[in-house]
Design a protein around this ligand. Sequence first.
Ligand SMILES: *Cc1c(COP(=O)(O)O)cnc(C)c1O
Length: 471
Amino acid sequence: MKTRNQTELFRRLPSVDDLLHEATVISLITSYGHDPAVDAARTVLARLRQEISSGLLDEHAIDLALSDLCGAIETQLRQSLSYSLRPVINATGVILHTNLGRAPLSESAIDHIRETATSYSNLEFDVVSGDRGKRDIQVDRLLRRLLNEDSRQPQLSTIVVNNNAAAVLLALNTLAEGREVIVSRGELVEIGGSFRIPDVMAKSGAILREVGTTNRTRIVDYEQAISERTRLLLRVHRSNFQITGFTEQASTAQLKELARKHNLLLMEDLGSGALFDLRSLGITDESTVLDSLRSGVDVVTYSGDKLLGGPQAGLISGAAELVARMRSNSLFRALRVDKLIYGALEATLLAYVRGDHEAIPTLRMMQLRKETISERVGTLVAQIGTPQLKVEVTDGESLLGAGAAPSAALPTQLLAVTCERLSAADLAARLRHSDPPIIARVEEGRVLLDLRTVFPEQDAAVAAALNRIVS
Ligand SMILES: *Cc1c(COP(=O)(O)O)cnc(C)c1O
């Protein structure tokens, strides 16, 4: 029910038509076009009506709002006509942050997309023969170079789908529809965004046969579960958690032996799927795609935008004959990726073939030495001239993130920021409202910024934002 007072306030609002005859609004129409301007005027008036109904506006507030109606319409117009997907500065120190878009792409990936996607390309065309070609040969060619280190190995092949969840779905559907797949209970994982192994298994039409316990699964557990219905042994990387204490896990070598003995396939969902050796970073418990294939796994699935450092994609590498079957599965057609992804992926993989890891932003961040970060921290601190802000330098750890080596931490140096009159949560919120938004961690009443994940050319923007947010 409207009160009399509210009816009075409603009456003060102009109609959309009235507004469209005002000179200032006419100039907005000229700059932004008729329809967007009318939409914005409607939105602003509707918001005011809503606020009056909820009793948020009194006479004075309405006067204030009406005095700058045109400004409000322009702000609304700008917002509605600007991108909502926009760059942010990742100062969390989590290199592969799923919420922040995982791996930033390399310059060459963007150049290659621009070059091939703004014109026609040979995506599915064999220029030499003039015949129809396959879209994944470029990527397959590079992965053969990267993964086929031993020419005596059976031929390996790779196909690309939308993401690793799709890769697992396609592989299970192709290899084990209607048959049993044995998985350890310690590996029935859920990855963020509702990827759960049992659910994907059900969608694929394969039948889950769980064995062992959460903390211990021995090779005999697998062996006892094998029957004439069994088709596949599946190993799933525990990407985002660790099981410690009284634990046991069958080794990949044991699983391979068992699979061979019973004529079964062995598949591994690696998740992160590194193409470079993480041991160089002191990370020993994360096996690479090559490690997995070397130990005899028939099919490996992994993401394009985790440790690989490329675009969102799911890669399936394995015995050429098995991969060929996945390619001819009609699900593949539904899950395939477009030319933008091939462009970005090809450029990223070419950097690996050239041995140019520095070209891939996430690899560069992983390899950053603490001393280098610490020098940048020093430069940044020197640029902060705001006495209200207390900035300390402290040792800390960066994370790989996105379900890659959950226990692995890289030593770093952090900026720890506090302000007497603002809580850490307020400070972090002000950083998020900077342009571009800066995303930081809040721990123990301090805002922590890790420059490992900040591009060096963004350091100055971080310093400027810190100076601005308390002034
Ligand atoms: C991340 C991950 C997935 C899901 O990969 P997406 O590319 O995000 O679809 C599946 N399995 C494991 C083990 C993972 O780590």
